[in-house]
Design a protein around this ligand. Sequence first.
Ligand SMILES: Nc1ncnc2c1ncn2[C@@H]1O[C@H](COP(=O)(O)OP(=O)(O)OP(=O)(O)O)[C@@H](O)[C@H]1O
Length: 260
Amino acid sequence: MPADRHLSVSAFSAGYLSGVPIVNDLTYGFASGSLTTIVGPNGAGKSSLLKGIYGLTRWCKGSIRIGDRDITALPAWGRLQAGISLVPQGRCNFPHMTVQENLQLGVYTLPRSNRAVAVAEALDQFPALAAQRTRAAGNLSGGQQQLLEIAMAMMVHPRVLLIDEPSLGLSPKARCQIFDKLKEITDHGVSVVMVEQNVIEGLAASDIAVVMVDGRIHRHGPAEEVLNDPEMKNVFLGGRPDTAAPGREPDRRRHDDDGI
Ligand SMILES: Nc1ncnc2c1ncn2[C@@H]1O[C@H](COP(=O)(O)OP(=O)(O)OP(=O)(O)O)[C@@H](O)[C@H]1O
């Protein structure tokens, strides 16, 4: 995989209150063109790591590189231009606007002359959205809304896609479809870094697992290996095949039954 898609952090700390690191002195290179999933207990700093990489925490120190370019000094929009896209937790698209209008917002940062082509490409790459292009985004199923978020993040052709808990509130079928889509994205050479609370399903779909505890990396390795490690199962995965990360309340929100 091309080296310019390699995201790495070095002695990286980030947080919200001055002097209180949530992500603590972390050094790690995310495998290029792979699906890396970050798991760990509640409050471990998983989401904060994604936000810190994207430039959304109040402070950070250490360094972040994409390829051989140091992007630490760039603000969030600069990191987007450098090739990092973020899908934050939750479905935060514009619910009263149509799918097509949401996609048009996704290309707002591109030169005007490239925008129509980018929207057409997105509809081509996400056929489930093409079928719904004139529908208000808020009326889509949860899985379709998540797909729309992913499509919007992909429209700027990122080298690295950061995505926070994409399966939240989705049915098993829709979760599976989202993970498949993320795998497909890595097939096109994009490095995907996902935070996921559905540990078993998330890791089963992934290439690499990173286990975070207290702001630090406790363990990393091939996802299958981590998934099958008895220590990981007992300590972090709850030891049962359908268990989310310990400490998390079960998700009682309505699930979409029909997938995407
Ligand atoms: N905007 C914020 N301001 C202050 N503290 C925050 C903010 N966001 C997160 N935190 C704190 O940072 C710590 C880590 O939170 P974070 O969301 O990164 O953990 P997480 O591993 O993603 O956990 P979860 O699985 O619960 O989302 C928590 O103690 C949380 O309260």
